[in-house]
Design a protein around this ligand. Sequence first.
Ligand code: HEC
Length: 125
Amino acid sequence: MVGVSLRRRMVPLGAALVWAVLLLGGPAAQSAPQPQRVAFALRRVTVHMPSSNAQFPAGAAQTLASSQCVICHSADMVLLQPRLRQAQWRTIIGKMRSVYGAPLPAADVDALAAYLAQVLPEGTH
Ligand code: HEC
């Protein structure tokens, strides 16, 4: 009688032991890749990005340029280009829209291209 009841108690204990071995030390745990130790140190760096306060000159599409063409870069990116014709500006603005995703409405492209062809300061080329 004593032996039977002991054996009954031993079964769940044995099952638990098998599970523990499988979970903790089983083949999966042994073949798991060991994390590599990578030595690194964090340090503070200071980066000075070029800043620019350049403004688009007065003109018909100044507001358009000041709102649409400084979303991703400074006005200097536009103002320091060589003087270009309207058709060339149309091409560049088209690239800003189609390649980089500038949200300028298609209906505004011509007006902006005309403005940029007209107002870009002399001496920037
Ligand atoms: C409609 C207003 C507008 C004008 C005008 C404009 N951008 Fe750009 N622009 C860029 C990126 C990116 C470059 C850099 C391309 C490179 O370095 O090759 C760039 C470069 C330029 C250049 C340099 C010459 C060239 O062809 O790369 C000009 C000129 C220019 N942009 C004009 C992303 C934008 C974005 C982001 C969605 C907006 C908005 C944007 N641009 C709006 C405008």
